[in-house]
Design a protein around this ligand. Structure first.
Ligand code: PLP
Length: 428
C-alpha cells in the first residue's frame, strides 16, 4: 500500500516556498512551554512561537475567554461596537507607556507599522521617514521600505516607498563606525544629525522609527544615551518618534514595554505578537491628542479588533499581571544573562550576550571576531535534537534568540541553559 505523504511533504505542494518555516516538525498540540509533534516528540518551545506566546501555548484562561466570546459574537467588522473590543483597548492602554492612551487595532505587526507611519504622516503633514539599518518592521510594502535587516527581504521588490532614509542602528558590539563602545560619543547619533543637515531637512521628516531593542536584526538593545538623544531631537523638530515594540513589547523584556528601561515615552508605539497569545491582533497606540488629529475614515480595517482576539488579549494581560510574570521573568532572565556571561567568558566562540528579561541575544563569532553563523546553526541543531526549540537572528544568523515564554520557571530556564551550554561545548 502506498504510504501517505506527511504533512511537511503535502505543505510543499500547496504552501508557497516563499514562506520560510524554521523546522520540519508537524506540531499537533501545545500546552504551556511545550509543543508535541506528530512523531510523538515533546519540545520545550523557547521560540515562544516567534516571541508571541508570552503566557505559553493554550493557556486555560485564554481558552476560556475565547470560548466564551465565540458563544456570543465572533466578528463585528467595523459595523458595530463590541464590549470586548473596548475592554481590550482599555486593558492595553493601561499597560502602554504613560500618555499613550488611545489606539487603533489591526491584525499583524506589519499592519501596525503601516498604521503608525500613516498616522505620523497625517498629523505632521510631512513625508520623510527615517529608520535604522538592521531594523525589521514587517513585509508589507510600507513596512518593507523601512526594513533593512537583510536584503533578502527587499530584493526584487523595488521601488519601495520614497522619502525613506536609513541610518546606522547603534549596534555597539559591531559598531558601524568601528568605535570602542566606551569612547563612542554617539557616532551613530552624529550620523543621524548629519543626515538631517545634508540629506533631508528635519522640517520634512514625519517620523523616526526604531526598535528600542533590535529584534530580527540581532537582538541588541540600543544604548540608553542614544534613545535619550533621539527623544530630544524628535521633540525639538516636531518629528514623531515611533517605537516599534512588536517584538520587545507585552512583557518580553521583563517590563510591559522596553521603553520603560529608557525612561522616555515615544509619540507612537506599535504592539503585536505577545498581545493576544497567538490570536491575530496588533495596535498602533498614541496620545489622544495625536489620535484625534487622525480624522474619521482616514484609516480602517475589517478584522482589526476582532472580539475573539480581544478576549484573548484581555486574558493575556490579566494573567501576566496576576501571576506577577514581569517581575518573575526579569529576575530569572537576569540570572540567565549572568550565566550566559560566564559562558561567554570561557568560550571564545560566544562573542556577546545581552538583553533584558526573557529577550536575550547570544552572538557567535569566529576567532577573528567575524559573525559565526555555522556555530550558531550547530548549537541550534544540537538543542533541537535535545528537545529544545530556539531560533536565530542577525544578518549572518549568528545570534540565538533566547526567548522563553514568561511562564517558564527557573528550573525550566536552567534546563534550557544546560542544553545550550552543552551545545556550545560541542563546538570546541
Ligand atoms: N516589527 C517588529 C519589530 C517585528 O519583530 C516584526 C515581526 O517579526 C514585525 C514588525 C512584523 O510583524 P508581523 O510578522 O506580525 O507582520
Amino acid at each position: 500500500m502506498k504510504k501517505k505523504d506527511t504533512t511537511v511533504q503535502r505543505a510543499a505542494r500547496v504552501i508557497t516556498p516563499a514562506l520560510h518555516i524554521y523546522y520540519p516538525i508537524n506540531v499537533v498540540s501545545g500546552k504551556g512551554i511545550h509543543v508535541h509533534s506528530s512523531s510523538g516528540q515533546t519540545y520545550m518551545d523557547f521560540s515562544s512561537g516567534l516571541a508571541v506566546l508570552n503566557i505559553g501555548h493554550n493557556h486555560p484562561r485564554v481558552l476560556e475567554a475565547v470560548r466564551n466570546q465565540m458563544l456570543h459574537v465572533i466578528h463585528t467588522g467595523g459595523i458595530y461596537y463590541n464590549e470586548t473590543t473596548v475592554a481590550a483597548a482599555e486593558h492595553l492602554v493601561s499597560v502602554t507607556p504613560k500618555g499613550l492612551d488611545m489606539l487603533f487595532f489591526s491584525n499583524s505587526g506589519a499592519e501596525a507599522v503601516e498604521g503608525a507611519l500613516k498616522l505620523a504622516r497625517h498629523v505632521t503633514g510631512r513625508q520623510g521617514i527615517i529608520s535604522f539599518t538592521g531594523g525589521f518592521h514587517g513585509r508589507t510594502l510600507g513596512a518593507l521600505s523601512i526594513t533593512t535587516s537583510s536584503v533578502r527581504y527587499r530584493e526584487n521588490y523595488l521601488p519601495l516607498l520614497p522619502s525613506v532614509y536609513h541610518v546606522p542602528y547603534p549596534y555597539c558590539f559591531r559598531c558601524p563606525f568601528n568605535c570602542e563602545s566606551n569612547v563612542c560619543a554617539l557616532r551613530c547619533f552624529d550620523y543621524l544629525k548629519e543626515t538631517l543637515a545634508r540629506v533631508i531637512s528635519p522640517e520634512e521628516v514625519a517620523a523616526i522609527i526604531i526598535e528600542p531593542v533590535l529584534g530580527e536584526g540581532g537582538y541588541f538593545p540600543a544604548p540608553h544615551p542614544f534613545i535619550l538623544a533621539l527623544r530630544e531631537l524628535c521633540t525639538r523638530h516636531g518629528i514623531m518618534l515611533i517605537f516599534d515594540e512588536v517584538q520587545s513589547g507585552m512583557g518580553r523584556t521583563g517590563r510591559w514595554f522596553a521603553t520603560e528601561y529608557y525612561g522616555v515615552v515615544p509619540d507612537i508605539v506599535t504592539v503585536a505578537k505577545g498581545i493576544a497569545s497567538g490570536f491575530p491582533l496588533s495596535a498602533v497606540v498614541s496620545t489622544p491628542e495625536l489620535m484625534r488629529r487622525w480624522p474619521e475614515g482616514s484609516h480602517g480595517t475589517t478584522f482589526g479588533g476582532n472580539p475573539v482576539s480581544c478576549a484573548a488579549s484581555i486574558a493575556t494581560i490579566e494573567v501576566i499581571r496576576e501571576e506577577g510574570l514581569l517581575k518573575k521573568s526579569s529576575v530569572i532572565g537576569t540570572a540567565a544573562l549572568d550565566r550566559l556571561h560566564e559562558l561567554a567568558d570561557v568560550h571564545p566562540l560566544v562573542g556577546s550576550v545581552r538583553g533584558f528579561g526573557y529577550m536575550i541575544g547570544v552572538e557567535f563569532v569566529r576567532e577573528t571576531g567575524e559573525p559565526n553563523g555555522d556555530a550558531c546553526r550547530k548549537v541550534l541543531d544540537y538543542c533541537l535534537k535535545k528537545g529544545l526549540v530556539l531560533i536565530g537572528c542577525g544578518l549572518d544568523r549568528n545570534v540565538i534568540r533566547f526567548i522563553p515564554p514568561l511562564i517558564a520557571t527557573e528550573a525550566e530556564v536552567n534546563l534550557a541553559l544546560d542544553i545550550m551550554e552543552a551545545g556550545v561545548k560541542t563546538l570546541s
